[in-house]
Design a protein around this ligand. Structure first.
Ligand code: HEM
Length: 420
């Protein structure tokens, strides 16, 4: 594997990302084999492709492993505050990517010293999570969810399990009571604001999430406990209540969708790939391998938006102008032919970029906690329902139409009903 740490050269013509061979990203989501798609894009455009986001807004998609590493490592050149964007004049108020790109006063959009302050508090608060305690909590949550469908002999695992488990685990980790209507309401509102279904009102739900977390922060100020929120409150950096609310929302949102899709993509692999099918329920090693392989080949955060160029610069032979938007092609980087010249992608190590890289990467120890959640979710399910099989043909499984997140629309399974 090579990691030169510098952007490689490509003979493509320099210029504005809107030039005529730019690839519209919207629509590509209907491709069902993204690794092939990214290889084609790379072949045609080199490691940094000019793309058009929804509504024909120009940006750059960074496809090369060394180039993604370079961008994320050089936050003085490629920064996180989206207010730097030179396209704001062209963005309509109902632009679909606005929830991810629009500036919010959270850790996500801070830079430099301020980012180190905010991210330092989150890291400290997450470091205090007892991993054995988290595994125990996840197992209890898993038991409860499985009990809800075990008697029927069939289930749809995306909604009923893969999404529900990390959401409950992370809300609990932040100090919400284990059970109760209040916690359930927060879980429902978070689900609606992060992943609205038809008829949902995500704006209203997001408002209620903010209100409930403001209340949680107030309660924990008065009566701190062994939880993430209290540790953030007690940290010597002395974040304001509103900063903590914003960063709690970031932590919960950043944890939920990717961990849910990691669970789902791992289960899909275990249930469809014959290398794992021999003895799915028996092999702990196989679950670990499947979790790692899913991160290399079906990583939940396929593309991440993004970074904004601080000044004119060069990347992968392209001329990037100050204020240009750069999308991190994490999935493309993981399967970059430059690091896997034989076209075989090995999953033996964890040098993938699925948790990104550099200053804004998924903060240590979040990947470890996500691993505890995902591993416990998968293992508990396979232990309790050992003859679990797909209820449809593997070819009938449908990926969600998104270029950003990789996860299934649904994961229907069947098993021998368990009478308790
Ligand atoms: C316990 C579960 C998790 C927690 C608490 C968590 C938390 C966070 C937070 C707070 C950030 C913002 C970092 C910053 O801007 O400084 C972040 C970023 C990120 N996380 Fe996680 N995360 C979790 C799980 C995951 C998983 C499972 C994945 C994917 C496999 C993932 C991938 C990412 C990526 C790609 C970023 C963006 C980094 C960037 O801007 O370069 N996270 N996460």
């Amino acid at each position: 594997m090579t990691d030169t740490g510098t952007p490689s050269a490509h003979p493509a013509p320099p210029g504005c990302p809107a030039h005529e061979d730019a690839v519209p990203l919207a629509g590509l989501e209907y491709q069902q084999t993204p690794s092939q798609l990214y290889r084609e894009l790379r072949r045609e455009h080199g490691p940094v492709a000019p793309v058009l986001l929804d509504g024909g807004i120009p940006a750059w998609l960074v496809l090369g492993y060394p180039e993604v590493t370079y961008v994320t490592r050089h936050d003085e050149l490629f920064a996180r505050d989206s207010r730097r964007w030179n396209q704001w004049a062209n963005i309509p108020p109902d632009w679909p990517l606005l929830p991810f790109v629009g500036y919010q006063p959270s850790v996500l959009f801070t830079e430099g010293e301020e980012h180190r302050r905010r991210a330092g508090v989150i890291t400290h608060a997450l470091e205090g999570v007892d991993q054995f305690g988290l595994a125990r909590d996840c197992r209890l949550i898993a038991d409860r969810l499985i009990a809800g469908f075990a008697g029927s002999g069939q289930a749809e695992l995306m909604t009923g399990y893969a999404h529900a488990l990390p959401m409950r685990a992370v809300v609990q980790m932040c100090g919400m009571p284990t059970a109760g209507a209040d916690t359930q309401q927060l879980v429902d509102d978070l689900r609606i604001s992060l992943d609205a279904a038809e008829g949902d009102d995500p704006v209203a739900a997001y408002g209620r999430v903010g209100e409930r977390l403001r209340q949680l922060v107030k309660d924990k100020r008065a009566d701190p406990g062994p939880d993430v929120t209290s540790r953030m409150l007690l940290h010597p950096a002395e974040l304001t209540d509103e900063e903590i609310v914003q960063d709690l929302i970031s932590v919960i949102a950043a944890a939920q969708q990717p961990t849910a899709n990691w669970i789902c993509n791992t289960l899909r692999l275990l249930l469809t790939d014959e290398r794992f099918a021999v003895n799915v329920s028996g092999g702990r090693l196989s679950v670990g391998e499947a979790l790692n392989e899913a991160l290399w080949l079906d990583t939940p955060t396929q593309n991440f938006i993004g970074r904004w160029a601080v000044r004119d610069t060069q990347l992968g032979g392209r001329h990037i102008r100050a204020g240009d938007c750069v999308v991190l092609g994490l999935a493309a980087a993981n399967t970059d032919p430059q690091i896997w010249p034989e076209s075989h992608v090995g999953a033996e190590n964890s040098a993938h970029l699925s948790f990104s890289h550099g200053e804004h990467r998924c903060p240590y120890p979040a990947p470890l906690l996500a691993d505890v959640m995902a591993r416990t979710a998968v293992e508990t399910l396979l232990e309790q329902l050992p003859d679990l099989v797909l209820a449809v043909e593997p070819g009938e499984l449908r990926w969600r139409p998104s270029i950003w997140m990789r996860g299934l629309v649904s994961l229907p399974v069947a098993f021998t009903p368990v009478v308790r």
